[in-house]
Structure formats: structure tokens, C-alpha cells
Write a protein that binds this ligand. Structure first.
Ligand code: T3D
Length: 262
């Protein structure tokens, strides 16, 4: 059992809820440790075929908890590089490397590392009242948690630069219009839509979905030549899954397929 997060596993979906609502689910060292532990459990559990990440209360995640970052005059400043190396970067790498689709249900404000955590997920669905803020610049920091890598790729250099230098709030509707997220839905519909989406993904050929994730991750740095080679290698793996055989058989027999994620 965890204190700062909740993990619930049912019907192939692991739902991970950031759970420090009074502080808008901002990151503490404890929350990082619990998240790392929960993600390990998710990774190890063969029954889990999709991860759904969300936040409790009115916020999704307000980034680093700044209450333990204030330094008394003359005091020693914390090493933020170490904080990234030990906590944020491993979290991002784990999420990106998770061999299953990751859905993020952004239930409210996503600021700082919270915004970039959402952008690191595979499919992002947000409540209409939610927003995204690259808040780092307002306190003299640079965007982390992969934001300087992901944001220009999804919204382009001009918008990414302005958002990161100004720290302006992007509404969920704007984020959808800019292609930052998959879609925005009415607040009252978010939980149900997100769960339905996660359940739908969990019933799909999830080995194949994990391979799609790998191909897309590599495509941003690969040449076409390299990417074609990678598609060959990954398609070879996909072609050996039981789900592929089931998909073809079901199609030929004109029936609904039953996939097992292997
Ligand atoms: O340090 C490192 O390890 C390096 C890594 C850095 C990664 C980062 O994420 S740096 C960026 C840190 N985050 C921010 O700068 C965002 C700070 N928060 C805000 O700007 C605002 O809270 C929001 C725009 C997100 C939401 O505003 P609003 O008006 O809806 O809510 P609020 O009243 O500001 O916040 C509600 C409560 O949550 C409030 O507590 P209180 O007064 O009721 O006891 C507020 O202090 C608390 N809270 C919100 N964000 C944080 C926080 N407490 C600690 N740290 C936070 N980041």
C-alpha cells in the first residue's frame, strides 16, 4: 500500500492515481519512490496490458513540490541535476519503455514536470477544465522530464519556445487543437471515457501495441533507411505473436477476435 499514490489493477488495466490532492499531486521524494515501485509491479504483472495514469482531486500534477526547495539565506542549494538523474529521468525512461499502451487522463492542471509527465504518455485525454503549464521558467528553471524533447515535436518549435519561455497556460481545448493531446472531453465524462479507452486498449493485441510504441519512439531520431530496417525487425516479432494468428483467423472466419496480449 502506498501513501502518495494509488494502484488498482482490474481487467487488464492498471490505474495509477497520483494522490496528494491538497498539493495538486506535486512530486515529493516519497511519491517518486512509490511511483517507481508501482511501475515495477505493473511491468512484472503479466495480467496488466494497459496503464492508466491520472490524478486525485482538482489537479493532475503541479510538478516538483516546491515546499522543500526553499533555501535559507546562506544555506546550501539542492542539486537539481541529481534530482533529475535519480528521480525524474528514471521515471520518464520507465514510462517510455513500458511495454504496453499508457493512457493519461489529465483531470486538472498539469504544471511543470506534471505537464511533461502527461506528454510522455502514449494517449492523452484531458478534462475540458484541465490545463498545461510549462511553469519552470517562472521560477528560473528549464523544462525537464523530457519536455524540451517532446513539446517541440508535438506543437512545433515556435509554440514550444513561447510556451517554455512565457509559462502561459494552455487550455485542454487549445492542447487538442494544437495536437498536444489526443482529445479533450467534458469534465463529467473524463473518468468513464478514460477507463473505456484503457479497457479497449487492454483487449487489443497489446504486444503489437508495444511494438508500435517502440517504432514511434525510434522514428524521431532514425533516418528512413534505419526506420525501414526497424519496421522489418519489429514486424518479424509481431508476426510471431499468438494475437496476430488470432487476428488473421478471426478475420477469415468472420468472427470477433479474442486477443491475449502474447
Ligand atoms: O526541484 C527539482 O527536483 C527539479 C525538478 C523540477 C520539476 C518541476 O516541476 S519545477 C516546477 C514546479 N511547479 C511549479 O512551479 C508550479 C507551482 N504551482 C502553481 O503554479 C499553481 O499551483 C498552479 C498553476 C499549478 C495551480 O494554481 P491554483 O491557483 O489552481 O492552485 P494553488 O492555490 O496555487 O495550489 C493549491 C495548493 O497546492 C496550494 O497549497 P495551500 O496554499 O492550499 O496549502 C499550493 O501551495 C499547493 N501547490 C501547488 N503546486 C505546488 C504546491 N505546493 C508545492 N509545490 C507545488 N509545485
Amino acid at each position: 500500500t502506498y501513501e502518495t499514490i494509488q494502484l488498482a489493477i482490474a481487467d487488464g488495466v492498471a490505474t495509477l492515481t497520483l494522490n496528494r490532492p491538497d498539493k495538486l499531486n506535486s512530486f515529493t521524494t516519497q511519491m517518486h519512490a512509490e511511483l517507481a515501485d508501482a511501475l515495477k509491479a505493473v511491468q512484472r504483472d503479466d495480467a496488466v496490458r494497459c496503464l492508466l495514469l491520472t490524478g486525485a482531486g482538482r489537479g493532475f500534477c503541479a510538478g516538483q513540490d516546491l515546499s522543500d526547495r526553499a533555501v535559507a539565506p546562506g544555506g546550501e542549494t539542492p542539486d537539481l541535476g541529481e534530482s533529475l538523474e535519480k528521480r525524474y529521468n528514471p521515471l520518464l525512461k520507465t514510462l517510455k519503455g513500458l511495454e504496453m499502451p499508457v493512457v493519461c487522463a489529465v483531470n486538472g492542471v498539469a504544471a511543470g514536470a506534471g505537464a511533461n509527465l502527461a506528454l510522455a504518455c502514449d494517449i492523452v485525454i484531458a478534462a475540458r477544465s484541465a490545463s498545461f503549464i510549462q511553469a519552470f521558467c517562472k521560477i528560473g528553471l528549464i523544462p525537464d522530464s523530457g519536455g524540451t524533447w517532446s513539446l517541440p515535436r508535438v506543437v512545433g518549435q515556435a509554440r514550444a519556445t513561447a510556451l517554455m519561455m512565457l509559462g502561459d497556460k494552455v487550455s485542454a481545448e487549445q492542447a487538442e487543437a494544437w495536437g498536444m493531446i489526443w482529445k479533450c472531453v467534458d469534465d463529467a465524462a473524463l473518468a468513464e471515457e478514460a477507463h473505456a479507452l484503457a479497457a479497449r486498449l487492454a483487449a487489443m493485441p497489446t504486444r503489437g501495441l508495444a511494438l508500435i510504441k517502440r517504432a514511434l519512439a525510434a522514428s524521431s531520431t532514425n533516418t528512413l533507411e534505419q526506420q525501414l530496417d526497424l519496421e522489418r525487425d519489429l514486424q518479424r516479432l509481431a508476426g510471431r505473436t499468438a494475437d496476430y494468428q488470432e487476428g488473421v483467423a478471426a478475420f477469415m472466419e468472420k468472427r470477433q477476435p479474442t486477443f491475449q496480449g502474447r
